[in-house]
Ligand binder design. Sequence first.
Ligand SMILES: C[S@@+](CC[C@H](N)C(=O)[O-])C[C@H]1O[C@@H](n2cnc3c(N)ncnc32)[C@H](O)[C@@H]1O
Length: 226
Amino acid sequence: MKLENVVPWGRNLQEYKDMFELSSEDLKLKILGCGDGPSSFNYEVSKINSNVISIDPIYQFTKDEIQKRIDETSLIVSEQIKENENNFVWKNIKCVDELIDIRLKAMSNFIKDFDNGKKENRYIHNELPILSFPDNSFDLVLCSHFLFLYSEHINLQFHIDSILEMCRVSKNEVRIFPLIDLKNNKSEHLDYILDILKDKGFNTQIVKTKYEFQKLGNELLIIKLN
Ligand SMILES: C[S@@+](CC[C@H](N)C(=O)[O-])C[C@H]1O[C@@H](n2cnc3c(N)ncnc32)[C@H](O)[C@@H]1O
């Protein structure tokens, strides 16, 4: 991964809770977040639970390099969102300026936490579809805004390999959100993935979430492993 191709953009714990329907009991589990990037999920959860690990390719870079990339791109992203305002639901977040504040705050918390979190092995450089953890290492494995969202750029085989890898390292559950692509259409890979998971004997549920920021992005895939 080249950092100049990355557009860092991170959500906060409240959004993770809403997207993944995370209860306070869930937040005490051993959790792996795949593709957590510059979100503040790990920073915020680690205050109450020392068993949370995030993996992402951007964790191979330094704090200063990531901050520089945030500075270079945040204005461009804000402009793009302003141009495409109609693709989003402005309910919980009222306007683009509020959105930018929330995202920048989440990323600033991530940056402050990054070096310490790396020392504590909470931020680990790993890249799907391969994870460096033994089987059944976690109770719950999450993936927000990576799989399915980039269906036009990431092929079906990558989705299959990544999701089966997430299932391998989880004892109980894998949750993935959203199930739409960047054009707000149902991911072209979703039905194939559901068939494959069924063939493997995994139980899947698609749960409607109250959370909907990207229009029609209100469905969560839960894969039950036992
Ligand atoms: C749109 S961001 C989402 C960040 C965070 N999950 C959130 O919802 O705020 C997508 C993330 O996927 C990460 N990513 C890209 N390729 C990846 C891979 N092969 N394995 C895991 N994560 C990857 C990117 O670095 C980026 O941080």
